[in-house]
Design a binder for this molecule. Structure first.
Ligand SMILES: [Zn+2]
Length: 300
């Protein structure tokens, strides 16, 4: 994953989805491998930012971008989950005055080696320079474990933990009046959402929650904003359902994981979130899920 190239003046492109509601779309052309999407909502009571991008450098770009639209104070930062690419810029927004709203479960598999390993891995992705000034700033000041409504300056923003679909700390960010949903990585541009830190059956349930909201606009965690949210939801569901079916069939026939994965193209060794890499990592995860289901154990 490379850094987004600096736009002139260090300001990122924005797209107004509804009056005062902005997406900060990731790189065009790199799809799910590009910089994540972020967003912000301008209210009379300050700005509510959704996700903080992947490094202090990117956090600064995001803050400058917001400052290009409004000089209202940044009052809240909502994190859709705790993967580094969505919160490693958070320190900048916190220092600008934002209080953090997030699910308190910050566990991700990537962090199993501990915080130092997570930072070291991430430096290799975004570069040392982009990480200057880094501090963890994803501990919530306001914890959301079920559902919570943020009412700021006449705006209503509903935050829901829909289950552990993509990760243990997922939140959906829903603006009911504007019918805009910031979905985090529950949805990504090509429908191949990662479940290695989550669970495919949970994610299928979450897709039902997303559908139930009936959003007019969905901002996925990465890649283009779809013309029709329902098309992306359907594509994601079809991918996950087919993968579960394939892995279940392999488990039932006693095919070992290695052979079950042999049909898939190899992962790209230097691109952990390329399409091939995601499909392969997800397949390994879902194989284990199906194996556990077959044995009558709980999902991992
Ligand atoms: Zn993620």
């Amino acid at each position: 994953m490379a850094l987004a190239t600096d736009a002139p003046g260090g300001v990122l492109p924005v797209r107004e989805l509804a009056p005062g509601v902005y997406a900060v779309p990731g790189d065009t052309g790199r799809g799910v491998e590009g910089r994540p999407n972020a967003g912000f909502v301008v209210t009379e009571g300050g700005v509510v930012v959704i996700d903080a991008l992947a490094s202090p450098r990117q956090g600064e770009q995001l803050l400058r971008t917001i400052r290009g639209i409004t000089d209202r104070p940044v009052s809240w930062l909502v994190l859709t989950h705790h993967h580094p690419d969505h919160h490693f810029g958070a320190v900048v927004l916190r220092k600008a005055g934002a209080r953090v709203v997030a699910h308190p479960d910050t566990r991700v598999l990537a962090a199993e080696g501990g915080e130092d390993a997570l930072i070291a891995d991430w430096v290799r992705v975004v570069g040392l320079d982009a990480m200057r000034g880094f501090e963890f700033a994803n501990t919530p000041d306001r914890k959301v474990t079920g559902s919570d409504t943020l009412r700021v300056g006449g705006r209503t923003i509903v935050l829901t933990h829909p289950g552990q679909g993509h990760s243990a700390g997922d939140l959906l960010v829903w603006l009911p009046r504007e019918r805009v949903l910031f979905a985090g990585d529950v949805l990504v541009e090509d429908g191949v959402s990662m479940v290695v830190d989550g669970n495919s059956s949970e994610l299928l349930r979450v897709l039902g929650t997303v559908e139930g909201l009936g959003p007019a606009v969905v901002v996925p965690g990465h890649g283009a904003i779809p013309d029709r949210p329902s098309t992306l939801v359907r594509r994601t569901r079809e991918y996950l359902t087919a993968l579960q079916g394939e892995m279940r069939a392999a488990v039932e026939r006693g095919v070992p994981m290695r052979r079950a994965l042999a049909a898939l193209p190899p992962a790209d060794s230097t691109r952990p979130v390329s399409l091939n890499s995601r499909r392969r990592r997800n397949a390994a995860r879902v194989y284990v899920e199906e194996e556990r289901k077959y044995m009558g154990l709980d999902s991992p």
